[in-house]
Design a protein around this ligand. Structure first.
Ligand SMILES: Cc1cc2nc3c(=O)[nH]c(=O)nc-3n(C[C@H](O)[C@H](O)[C@H](O)COP(=O)(O)OP(=O)(O)OC[C@H]3O[C@@H](n4cnc5c(N)ncnc54)[C@H](O)[C@@H]3O)c2cc1C
Length: 437
């Protein structure tokens, strides 16, 4: 990235996962030029690297890529990537809408390579700040950016618009902390590759896609180990990806949700949560059941499904981890000693408050304390704050089920870009809402 940069950027993105990568493309393809910079705490682009299991597949069509739904002729589409990689014909021969996550990661890296000059890696944004002695209207915010290298410097960056896309936050079972023998699924592969002690007994807690995938992976990778699947339900539940249900991820569903009543919004969650949350692809479920069946037939049972069971506590005992399990079927608790416990216990939605800093009091909230977000994904702020703060994620309460997913990245990035362009143009024309001098 141009280290000097402009005095004040039109757009600064916090985080550079798929959401802000998609935004960087939308900004580049917009007819108006923008000055922009993106700050990412990691050393390089990393899309759930800890879960890039060998044959794990996408849960979204390859056509819902970074750009196609906004601009079907974009040079950043998945089809353009396949073409550039010389695999387009062979990909089509697969007759499969769902590439592996590894291939999608490769696509993201391919797209990112052309935008890298705008990204500063190893840079964590810790807070938004108001300029010292600032008077209203505030037309820009300051971002405190810390270099993540040991002893790294801190600096301030000025932005007329900030787009927060910091992603989901890993969730551990209540009272359980990650350590060398207790892993969250988000870091699974890194931990697995760097774990040098023998793994004879491993448990995976959780009932979602990551949990089921890890159980299958461990069953392959550790042929002599016992694998426990700790499942709070009676069994894994199937992800509904049938056509009518899948419409909840269409761009138009965002309007239906945003303009809906409380009851209609509740209906989205009540009827269609099983499109994504705590559910597993049918292929993966069938594969796990078949593995257990085949083991039983061969007299080598080592996959144990502990249903209606939750992790109630964890403590270290010499080299083992002692896990207290609670069976809700029998309402009793018991201990098992393991080499490793993997908590595939999901994620919390993105929490913008973690970086709002001084600007938090400007951001309006509803009666339940949730941030007010406009249809263009901009936070509704008190009069006097003209700097735009946009969210990519953390909008489940206003924009619905696809908020944290890839489905609408392209259209959302396009809408944010148009909103920013209009407000900047309004400012140039002397309007009172925009921010560009
Ligand atoms: C294993 C797994 C598989 C998934 N598969 C699918 C799928 O197939 N289809 C689908 O639709 N969704 C899927 N999802 C949902 C997932 O949320 C999206 O795929 C996607 O990651 C969302 O992109 P994002 O950019 O919003 O967030 P992220 O990919 O999480 O990126 C956020 C980035 O922000 C950075 N960051 C955070 N805080 C700061 C800070 N303060 N300063 C600087 N940088 C910061 C992080 O390091 C990270 O790189 C999956 C999720 C998981 C966990």
């Amino acid at each position: 990235m141009d280290v000097k940069g402009p005095d004040t950027y039109d757009v600064v993105g916090i985080g550079f996962g798929p959401a802000n990568l998609s935004l960087a493309i939308a900004l580049e393809e917009h007819p108006e030029p923008f000055t922009s910079a993106f700050f990412e705490q990691r050393a390089s682009l990393s899309w759930h690297r800890g879960m890039l299991l060998p044959s794990a597949k996408m849960q979204v069509s390859f056509l819902k890529d970074l750009a196609t739904f906004r601009n079907p002729t974009s040079p950043y589409s998945f089809v353009a990537y396949l073409h550039a990689s010389g695999r387009l014909a062979r990909f089509v021969n697969n007759q499969d809408f769902y590439p592996t996550r590894k291939e999608f990661h490769d696509y993201l890296e391919w797209a990112e390579a052309r935008l890298r000059p705008r990204v500063r890696y190893g840079s964590r944004v810790t807070a938004l700040r108001t300029p010292a002695g600032a008077r209203t209207p505030l037309d820009h915010a300051l971002l405190t950016v810390c270099d993540t290298a040991p002893g790294g410097a801190t600096r301030l960056v000025k932005a007329r618009n900030v787009v927060i896309a910091t992603g989901l936050v890993p969730r551990m079972p209540a009272g359980v902390e990650a350590d060398a023998s207790v892993w969250h699924s988000s870091e699974f592969l890194d931990r697995f590759r760097h774990h040098h002690r023998p793994l004879r007994r491993v448990a995976v807690a959780g009932a979602g896609q990551s949990a089921a995938e890890i159980v299958g992976f461990l069953h392959d990778a550790l042929p002599d180990a016992e694998i426990y699947a700790i499942v709070p339900a009676y069994g894994y539940s199937i992800a509904d990806n049938t056509p009518f249900a899948n419409q909840v991820f269409d761009p138009t569903a965002i309007d239906d949700y945003f303009h809906g009543t409380r009851r209609s919004r509740d209906a989205f969650w009540h009827y269609h949560k099983n499109t994504n949350y705590s559910v597993v692809d049918s292929e993966v479920i069938k594969d796990l059941y078949r593995r257990a069946y085949d083991d039983e037939l061969a007299g080598t049972e080592r996959l144990r499904f502990l249903n209606l069971t939750r992790v109630a506590g964890v403590k270290s005992v010499q080299n083992d981890v002692r896990v207290t399990l609670h069976s809700t079927a029998r309402e009793e608790s018991y201990d098992v000693d393991l080499d490793v416990l993997v908590c595939a216990t999901g994620y919390e939605p993105m929490d913008p408050a973690a970086v709002l800093g001084d600007l938090a009091p400007w951001c309006l909230r509803d009666a339940e304390g949730r941030l007010h977000v406009d249809r263009d994904f901009r936070l509704v702020t008190a009069p006097g704050l003209h700097c735009g703060i946009y969210l990519q994620g953390g909008t489940e309460h206003t924009h619905g089920l696809s908020s944290s997913l890839l489905s609408n990245l392209a259209t959302r990035s396009g809408e944010i870009t148009v909103s920013i362009a209009n407000r900047l143009a309004g400012a140039s024309a002397g309007g009172d809402k925009g921010v560009r001098p």
